[in-house]
Structure formats: C-alpha cells, structure tokens
Design a protein around this ligand. Structure first.
Ligand SMILES: Cc1ncc(C[n+]2csc(CCOP(=O)(O)OP(=O)(O)O)c2C)c(N)n1
Ligand SMILES: [Mg+2]
Length: 347
C-alpha cells in the first residue's frame, strides 16, 4: 500500500506550485495550454447544458485535467486509448479538435461520432482514441484486446484504459488485470481515483481508499501519484508505458484527483441529496492542477502572469469560434442515422 496515500486524499495537502525544470519548459507550456483548453471547453459545455442547448448529459472532469494531459505526453497516434463516460479530457489531450467535440455533444453531423453519440460516445481514431462508452468499465477489456493485437503484430504500440475508482469495482476489471498479466500484453490501466463513484464516497464502498492493491494482487507494476500534478503523472506514465512498450507487460497508474462539479452536468451533487462538504470542495480547488503548474512556471522565471492571462484569452477565443461553428452545423440526416443501424429498417 502506498504509504503517503492518506496525504494524497487529504484536501488540505499539495496546494503549492509545482517544482519546474526549465529543461522541460516547452513540454510544460504545451501541457499548461492543453489543460486550459480542456478546462475552458468543459466550462463551455457546462453553460451549454445549463442553458438547454445540449440535449444529453455531460460528465465534466473539471479539476482532473492533469491526468489525461500527463499521460498523453507519452502516447503515440498508433496507440489505442479507451475512455468512459467522463472522457472529454482524454480525447482533447490526444489532439481532437474542440469543434469535433462540441459538434458531437450538440448532436451535429460534424461531430467526432457524426453527432450520433453525444458526450459519452466519443471516437477519434486518427488521434488514437478508440472510444468512450457509458457502460462503466465496458472499455477496459477492449484495451487489453488492443494490447494483445499490438503484441501479436509486434507494432510496439500499447493499449491504454482510463477508468475510475468506481469502475474498479466491476468484475470485468479484475478479469482484465488478470488476463493482461497472464498474457503479458502492453496495456496500461490509468485509474482516475476522484474518490467518488456517482454520488458515493470511496470510504462507503471500499475497506481501503486506494485501488493500487488490485495491481499488486496481479503482480502488475504500479505507480500511485498526485493526479493534480502533471509532472508526476507524466513521470509515472513514462515509466509504465516504456516498460509496456519494451515487452515488460501491463502497468497500473493510480492518480488521485477530484472533480469540481457534481457527478453529472454543471450542478453540485447536493442537487441529488449528496452533501459534499463545501470546505472540502474549496480545499480541493486549491489543489488546482492548472494554477499549480502556472505558478511553478512563473516562480521559475519562465513566464509572468500576463503571459498566462494571454494564453487564457487566446484559448477563450478558440473555444468560442469552435462552439459557434458547431452550433450552426447541420444535424445528421435521416439516411446518415440509418447508415449506422445493423438491421435493415423500414421508415
Ligand atoms: C455497468 C454500469 N453500472 C452503473 C452505471 C451508472 N454509473 C454511471 S457513472 C457511475 C460511477 C462511476 O464512477 P467512477 O468509475 O469512479 O467514474 P467517475 O464518475 O468518478 O469519473 C455509475 C455507477 C453505469 N453507467 N454502468
Ligand atoms: Mg470516481
């Protein structure tokens, strides 16, 4: 068991700016920009949902951006990455366009899944994203299968599965861990442990708050990190992904993080009767992965506050252009809709 785990889950810890190595400045600025893009995109989606412009539910990962961004730094376009119901950050960090995401969530024909999936059915094969689905843990065995294919074809690519702490409670995850180990396939499981599954805290669901013990049970190399520290996430991902690529078999990364919004849409969980402590949410907001990196860059003398303000303003423009374009895009036609149905259908 990771000995500092209690500290990782303590909302009062890890508020300080990240220590920054100037040698990695280029990557760090790209990561800052990507985290800001994800944050602003999700805030745009939150408003769109609140204002009734988005028909289906959106699961927002605001506060969790560093996990996807830190992991993506180590991925290739030919790897096969899978997500779940809270995957906007995953697909954007791999390089999907804001417009493709917005159009999908708005049900437009120009969306990542041609407007037929919505927020929980994202797909972006050119960037290596092989899909997200609302069935919790549904994609985990697919990542193992993708890794097995990569191993058989000897491509050097990996499968990667983003899953939540709640997903780890599904039986198929344990079968997947076991199979991945026994077949020694190049797959990395990235658990975003945000301490909640829907509205239930992990302490009400598990005897221990860390999921890493399931990796230990299968003798899978494991890293446990502060998921709001993009540098630590990337460092752990480098280790596990390079091990998987070089024939070392599966890896397991547990990133402890926290979502700022409620389980679904823009409201707090309190709407469904769950009283998440405001003090706790406020404390977690101080562990903001974006502010911690920005402050680290400023303290290292690599930029100033004005520079960060300018990046934010540029991204805000990018977000508005993409959103407005998606708003005015066409919906799929009836024949497009039917082209994705297996059985012949009479209209
Ligand atoms: C098989 C299945 N069971 C239950 C649900 C309902 N459900 C949707 S999200 C969720 C919680 C998932 O928690 P976690 O994996 O920790 O992801 P998070 O929402 O925290 O990102 C549940 C139970 C579902 N979609 N699929
Ligand atoms: Mg969770």
């Amino acid at each position: 068991m990771y000995k500092y785990f209690d500290q990782l889950t303590d909302s009062a810890s890890f508020h300080s700016s990240l220590p920054v190595d100037p040698a990695n400045a280029t990557t760090l600025f790209q990561q800052l920009e990507m985290m800001l893009r994800i944050r602003q995109a999700e805030c745009r989606l939150a408003s769109g949902r609140r204002d009734g412009l988005i028909g289906g539910p959106v699961h927002l990962g605001v506060g969790q951006e560093a996990v996807a961004v830190g992991v993506a730094a180590e991925l290739r376009k030919t790897d096969r990455v899978f997500g779940a119901h809270r995957s906007h950050s995953h697909v954007l960090s791999l390089g999907a366009s804001l417009h493709g995401l917005f159009a999908e969530v708005l049900g437009k024909n120009t969306g990542l899944s041609r407007g037929m999936g919505g927020s929980m059915h994202l797909w972006d094969k050119p960037n290596g994203f092989y899909g997200s689905v609302p069935i919790v843990a549904g994609t985990v065995p697919l990542a193992v299968g993708a890794a097995l294919a990569a191993k058989i074809k000897d491509t050097g690519d990996i499968g990667l599965s983003f899953l939540g702490d709640g997903a780890v409670e599904e039986g198929v995850v344990h079968e997947s861990l076991n199979l991945a180990k026994i077949l020694n396939v190049p797959v990395v499981f990235v658990v975003e442990n945000n301490l909640f599954a829907s509205h239930m805290h992990i302490s009400l669901r598990q005897p221990k708050p860390s999921t890493a013990r399931f990796a230990d049970a299968n003798e899978i190399p494991c890293e446990v990190v502060d998921g709001n520290d993009v540098v630590s996430v990337q460092k752990a991902a480098t280790k596990l992904i390079s091990n998987a690529r070089s024939g070392g078999g599966p890896g397991f990364l547990e990133a402890v993080t926290y979502r700022w919004y409620g389980h679904v849409d823009w409201r707090e969980d309190i709407d469904v009767g769950v009283d998440r402590s405001i003090d706790d949410i406020t404390a977690w907001r101080k562990r903001d992965p974006i502010a911690r990196l920005a402050n680290g860059l400023i303290q290292a003398g690599l930029c100033d506050e004005q520079f960060v303000t300018n990046i934010k303003a540029n991204i805000a423009k990018e977000v508005e252009v993409a959103w407005n374009q998606a708003l005015f895009d066409p919906y799929p036609t009836l024949s497009t809709l039917l082209s994705c149905v297996y059985a012949p259908t009479k209209v």
